[in-house]
Design a protein around this ligand. Sequence first.
Ligand code: PHB
Length: 396
Amino acid sequence: MRLLPMRLPSRSKLSLVAAAFCALAAVDAQAQATGPIKVGFMLPYTGTYASLGNMIESGFKLYVQEQGGKLGGREIQYFKVDDESEPSKATDNVNKLIKRDQVDVLVGTVHSGVALAMAKAAKDSNTLLIVPNAGADAITGPMCGPNILRSSFSNWQPGYSTGVVAAQKGYKRAMTITWNYAAGSETVKGFTEAFEKGGGKVMKDLNLPFPNVEFQALLTEIAAQKPDVVFAFFAGGGAVKFVKDYAAAGLNKSIPLFGSGFLTDGTLEAQGAAAQGLFTTLHYADNLDTPRNNAFRKSFALTYKAQADVYAVQGYDAAQMLVAGVNAVKGDLSKRDALTAAMHKVTVDSPRGKFTISAAGNPVQDMYLRQATGNNNEFRGVAVKALADPARGCKL
Ligand code: PHB
C-alpha cells in the first residue's frame, strides 16, 4: 500500500484554527455562566422511602419557585434519577447525572448507604453535592470536603438528642431496635452515647435487614426482656408498620417507645391511633409557631395540597443553601471556591429555625422534643440547643 504524503497546514492556517477554537471555548464558557443551572436529583421515588424523596423534591422546587424560578439570575434545568434506596446501584445511578447529564449540582439522597456512594463519586469528580437527608456520619466525617454539604443532620445528632431526653426522664434500662445499615447503627450509637452518659444502660440492640418489616420475633423479645424504654430508628413506610405493630402487640401500654423523629414524621396519618403520644426528637416540629414556619407551611400546602414534613424542610433548605452560593458568585459557577465558601458561611433562615453550617458541612441546629398529637409532631421543648455533630475523622 502506498502512503499518501500528508499536507501540513501552514502556520497562518494553524493560528486561524487556534483563534476559532478559543472563540468557541469563550462562547461555551459564557453559555455555561448564562445557560440553565443543571440540578440533578438523585432520590428514592419508589420503595419504603418514596414519599421522603418526593417531599424533598417538592420542598426544593418550592423555594426556587419563591425566587421567581431562577437562581442567581439563571434558569434551572432539572434531571432526575430514582435511586430506589439501593446501594448496589448507587454508583451507576449517580454517574448518569455526573457523566451523562453533566449536572452542576447533585441533590441527594435519603438512604445513607446510597449517599456514601454519591459522596465518593462527587469527590472523585469534584461535583458539588448537597445531601438533603441521608445522615451517614462519614459524609461530614472522614469523607468531608468543601464541595459536600448537608441541609439535614448527621445520624449521630437525633440519636444523641433522644438519648439525652430518655436519660433525663429517668429511664435506666433501654433496648434499641432498627434496620441493620448505617442510619440505624449510627443513630443507635448516638442514642447510646448520650443515654449512658446520662446514667442509663443499653441492654441489647436488636436489628433486621433494610427494608424488612417482619418485626414480630423482635417484639416478642422486647416483651420478654421488659426494658424501661425502647429506642427505635425507622422511617417512611417501615416506620408506619413498626409503630402499628408495636401497638398491636400491646407494648405501647407497658414500655414507652422513643425514637428519632423520623419514626413519626410524614407518617402520622397512616399510623393513626398507634402513634398518638409518642415522644421523639428532631430538628423540626410541625407546629413551630414562627412567622417563617407558618409562611412555609402555608405556601407548601397551597402549592401541593399536602402538609409539609421534615423532608420537605430539608429540600427547601438545600435550595436555600445553593442560592446563597450561586448569588455570592452572581451565577458564575466556575468560581467554585467562592461559591462553597458562601454556602458554608450562610445562616439558613429555615422553617426549623435559623441554623449555621459547620466547617465539615453539617447543620449546627437546635434539636426539639416533640410529641405526636393528631397529625402533628408538636413542639414540647428544646432537647439540645445548637447541637453540632462532632465530625469525627474530618480533616480539612
Ligand atoms: C438514612 O438512611 O440516613 C435515613 C433515611 C431515612 C430517614 C433518616 C435517615 O428518615
